[in-house]
Every structure is written in structure tokens, then in C-alpha cells.
Design a protein around this ligand. Sequence first.
Ligand SMILES: C[S@@+](CC[C@H](N)C(=O)[O-])C[C@H]1O[C@@H](n2cnc3c(N)ncnc32)[C@H](O)[C@@H]1O
Length: 393
Amino acid sequence: MPRLLAVWRRGRKGPQRGPRPPADGLTPQELAEVAGAVERLSHGLTRDRRLAGARYLDDERLLGAYLLFYWPVSYLQARGVLSELPAPPRTVLDLGSGPGPMALAALDAGAALVTAADRSERALAAARSLAEAAGKKLATRRWDGARAQPLAELCGAARPDAVTLGHVLNELGSGESALEARAALLGDAARLVAPGGSVVVVEPALRETSRALLAVRDRLVAGGLAVRAPCLFRGPCPALSKESDWCHAERPVEPPAVVAEIAAAAGLRREAVKMSYLVLAPPGEPWAEPPPGRVFRIVSEPLPGKGRLRYMGCGPEGRMGLALQEKHVGDANRRFGALLRGDVVEVSEVEPRGDGLRLGPGSTVRVLAGAGSPLPPGGGGPQVGGATGGGPG
Ligand SMILES: C[S@@+](CC[C@H](N)C(=O)[O-])C[C@H]1O[C@@H](n2cnc3c(N)ncnc32)[C@H](O)[C@@H]1O
């Protein structure tokens, strides 16, 4: 946050009166200014969506709002998803980087060669300043996703082992043709990454943008690409069969206090680290074998009902409800009461009930991978029963 605040203050025009502001927080005057811009940005990106695809980061105030409010959340999302890859990437191309939260997250996660690409020169300049302040090297390139520009031109000789796209896909066009164009872009990105590499897409956890991502995922899967995360189901996404469903992840991490302070001043809900995401493998790489047994990723929050607890799970056999009655809770299934959205679990001794599965007193619940952790090959290292928590997020 101190670096974000310093870069923001340096780029800010206009008179700055009063005593020196704190390095890790905002003065009341600054807070009012940023909150006003965040309100505009939030309305334009998540409500009427008039700013989606517009050049809002070329506006100094909106770029400031992005840096102080959205940037930290994108950064945490990126750290969360990068921690799910089979190995930390060394060479990364960040498309639609804006001021670089995904790029900086990749650098902080151990990447050595990172290129941030965006059409906003102002946003790229902010990304360079942030990298410099962190003592890291970041290359930047102008990139316009609306033009058919070969991605290989952006990263020179080094083939990336990850291409990241944070909150940009939903800004590339609209309607059916946009879904095709987005799938084509991700297909190009998947062909660019080195063997074993990944294409990492993070999108807002909004119904419309999430469903659009799932529709793009279905096109790519139908074309033969394998999904590394979050999907364990290899067919068309079951969340798309019902208009009201979508799929998002949540990580148990708190954004910095400044973000909460800005949210309160702008009259917005506090930002949680929620997102829809997709990690794709390059062409030719098969889907990883799921761990044996009845395995599900938890794709809902806990859904308490009369005398029972339910979650939605999505696994190799599809998306379905998993329910356990209170009277059937015992040592081997106690963990069920504390599952997090994103956990991958194996359940045993279940029986079909309604449109899902019912756990009973003899059921076991094993967390194979906590939310945000990679699935161990073959599903090893599980936690059985009640005691310990999920992954780091
Ligand atoms: C919501 S910001 C995301 C920034 C950052 N990746 C993140 O995860 O927070 C969307 C970014 O996409 C960029 N963008 C939108 N349309 C674009 C296009 N056609 N070509 C290149 N960049 C584009 C914008 O300039 C902006 O930086």
C-alpha cells in the first residue's frame, strides 16, 4: 500500500495542501477524492457497465481509484491463482495488465521475466513505477486486444510459461462474436505458452461476466484444451444449464485496511477476494486425472437448512448438492461443517438424494486440496475428519 500511495500521489495533479500525508493511509481530503472516483468506476464497471472497454485508465482520477481500490484485490487474486499452478512461472506475459497487479504478483511469486501489455500508456507507466519502487524489473508493451496482433511479438524470444489476463477478457467486445474473439485470444495464448505452462484468466465474480467466461471455457474445451483449475468436470459447464447459476471462487484473505476505508467512504460493500477464474493448459496436454473416489470442488458457500448443511459441489460426475444432517455428524465427517468455497473434497458412503448426494453417519470427508492450493497428483496428502483448515488461499 505505501508504494501504491506514493505512485498515486506522484501522478496526481492539483494543489496538495496541508501536512505531509501518512505513507500507509489517506488524509480525509484524499479519501473523499478517491472515494468519489471509486464510486464512478464501480458504477461504470459493475452496474451500468458503461466503462467496460472504455479508456478509463487514461483518466488520472480513475487510474488513481484503480490503484488504491481495485489493484490490491487483483494482486491478491493473482497470488491466489498463481499458487494453484503446478509450478511458479518464471516468464510471464500479462495481457490487459493495466497498472500491473497481476504482473507484480507474478514477480513477487518468483517470476524473473515479466512483460505487462496494455493499450493504456498511462497505466503502463504506473506499472513501471510500481515495479521500480519494488526494486523489480518489468518490461511493458503497448497492446490492443481489438487488433489481431501476434502475441509472440510482445514477449520477444522468451516463450512465457504463463500468460495472465486479469479482468480484461470481459472488456473485449460484447455479444456472441465477442465470445468467439475471446476464445480465439485465449487459444492464441495457450499456443504461445511453453509446454507445461498455463493461461491464467481472472474475471469479476459477477453473474454476467462469469457466465461469459464459462461460455468461453466451453468453446475452448470443445476445441480440445484441458482446464487445470477450477474445473474437474470435462464436459460443458453444468453451471450454464440454469440461467441463475454461475461459478466463482473466494479466498479467505483480507484486503488492506485502506481498501475497506475507501469502500466505506464510497458506500460500497467491502471488497472480498472473490473472482471467477480459469487456468488452461497448452494444446496437446491432457486433463490431469482426478483423484480416485467421489471428488468434488465446493462451488458454493455453506447453505444451512433445517437440521442439515448443504453445499454445491462440482466434480468429475458433474455439479450437484452435497448434504449432511446435523444428527449424522461424527468424527469422520465433521470437516464438512467447515468447508470453504474452492476446497476439493472426497466424500464416501454417500447416497443419491433429490438432485444430489446425501452423506450419512458412516461418510468420510477428506479435503484433498484447500481452496487456492494445487491438487496433489493422485489426490495424496489428504486431511481426514475434523481438525485442520484448508489451503493458504
Ligand atoms: C479492469 S482493468 C484490469 C487491470 C489488471 N489486469 C487487473 O487485473 O486489475 C482492464 C484493463 O484492460 C485494458 N483493456 C481493455 N480493453 C483493451 C484492449 N482492447 N486492448 C488492450 N487492453 C485493453 C484496460 O486498459 C485496462 O488496463
